[in-house]
Design a protein around this ligand. Structure first.
Ligand SMILES: Nc1ncnc2c1ncn2[C@@H]1O[C@H](COP(=O)(O)OP(=O)(O)O)[C@@H](O)[C@H]1O
Ligand code: SF4
Ligand SMILES: [Mg+2]
Length: 361
């Protein structure tokens, strides 16, 4: 059997609150990511997406569970083995202002990780930094600039170049385009997708924007109140969602494409993670809830189709999902922009037939 690139099993992370209560930000998460694929993690603000990302990066320690990279538990690694793991798993955060040192020149941002991981000589690192700048659509002539001399979209390109500099197998992208203008979002998303194809890097793509997710994800995990409530191939989840929460997100999504960001169309509020309701945590907002739903234990995440899992007592009994089909005549606005951008860029690159720099590591 093929060992997946990444497998998380039973991850828990709780923060202590005054009065001895615990805020369960991540409350028993299992997920799998294959080599070279994109797993999108979606859900409303506060459901635990960023905490999950930090656990996978080991920026924070899970209190329970296992994080297997190529079958090896990352939670047990120390010293040189931990350093090697850190090279293989990189990150792109939402806010490139916050993640780039304002006083560090871009040359150092890109060269330092290569030297830190002893991947090559300084001269070779400099050459690779210049090639990476070109690959992400910037100029090597800009290597001596400081972060504030770039736009938000350019800074995110630099963050992507920094992640790629050490030849990772996986990049955790936490809302990487949410802070960017919509036209710039399309370019950055395209760049990530192209780089994935070229280099076979897997992406764990955290987002609340289902248009972007629909465009680039192979697999999707929907999170609610610290848990995965539905997971499976993107095509299956968008065509036949079997959890009422996924349906509610999808029904809200077309409005978020053109309107303000966020799932304003979704009624009600997520539960307080320090005091979730008994039974299914979605029950207070669920149009399909019955008495059973309000009783412990909460519904388990279980297989309901090939590779498709849902944590709902009535997943199979839900009526066919038609809301998205009704709105699907016009493709999501962002996907249309991405397609237009891709077509334009493909024409340019065919004309220029430029040589791609060699992969960095
Ligand atoms: N360091 C922390 N200390 C206490 N609570 C936290 C901390 N980080 C996150 N939380 C809480 O954990 C929950 C999940 O947060 P987060 O992972 O940031 O969600 P998301 O990224 O989905 O918006 C939220 O209720 C948040 O307030
Ligand atoms: S278990 Fe019940 S409350 Fe929870 S999502 Fe399913 S139908 Fe709704
Ligand atoms: Mg977050």
């Amino acid at each position: 059997m093929n060992v997946p690139l990444l497998r998380a099993e039973g991850l828990h992370c709780a923060y202590p609150l005054p009065g001895g209560r615990m805020l369960r930000a991540v409350d028993g998460i299992d997920l799998t990511l294959a080599r070279g694929e994109t797993l999108a993690v979606v859900g409303e603000s506060g459901c635990g997406k960023s905490t999950l990302g930090r656990l996978l990066l080991r920026l924070e320690e899970a209190q329970q569970g296992r994080i297997l990279l190529d079958g090896t538990d990352m939670r047990g690694l120390r010293g040189a083995a931990l350093r090697a793991m850190r090279r293989r798993v990189q990150v792109v955060f939402q806010d490139p202002y916050g993640s780039l040192n304002p006083r560090e020149r871009i040359r150092d941002v890109l060269v330092r990780p290569m030297l830190l991981h002893r991947l090559c000589t300084r001269a070779e690192a400099e050459r690779r930094a210049a090639a990476l700048m070109e690959r992400v659509g910037l100029s090597p002539a800009q290597l001596d600039r400081l972060p504030h001399q770039f736009s938000g979209g350019q800074r995110q390109r630099i963050a992507i170049a920094r992640a790629l500099a050490v030849g990772p197998d996986l990049i955790v992208c936490d809302e990487p385009v949410s802070a960017l203008d919509v036209s710039v979002q399309a370019q950055v998303v395209n760049l990530l997708q192209d780089l994935q194809r070229e280099r076979g890097v897997a992406l764990l793509f955290i987002s609340h924007d289902l248009a972007v997710v629909r465009h680039l994800a192979h697999q999707v995990a929907v999170m609610y109140a610290g848990r995965v409530v539905e997971a499976g191939p993107a095509a299956t989840l968008f065509a036949d969602p079997r959890h009422p929460y996924t349906r509610a997100l999808l029904e809200a999504a077309p409005r978020t494409d053109t309107g303000p960001r966020g799932h304003t169309a979704l009624a009600g509020e997520p539960p307080n993670p320090a005091a979730p309701p008994p039974g299914c945590r979605f029950a207070p907002r669920c149009p399909a809830a019955r008495d059973l739903c309000r009783q412990d234990p909460q519904p388990a995440l279980r297989e309901i189709g090939p590779g498709h899992r849902a944590a709902c007592h009535f997943a199979e009994a839900l009526p066919p999902f038609t809301a998205l089909a009704a709105g699907a005549a016009a493709p999501p606005a962002l996907a249309a922009r991405i397609a237009a951008y891709r077509a334009a860029r493909d024409r340019e690159s065919a004309a220029a037939a430029t040589e791609r720099p060699a992969p960095c590591a």
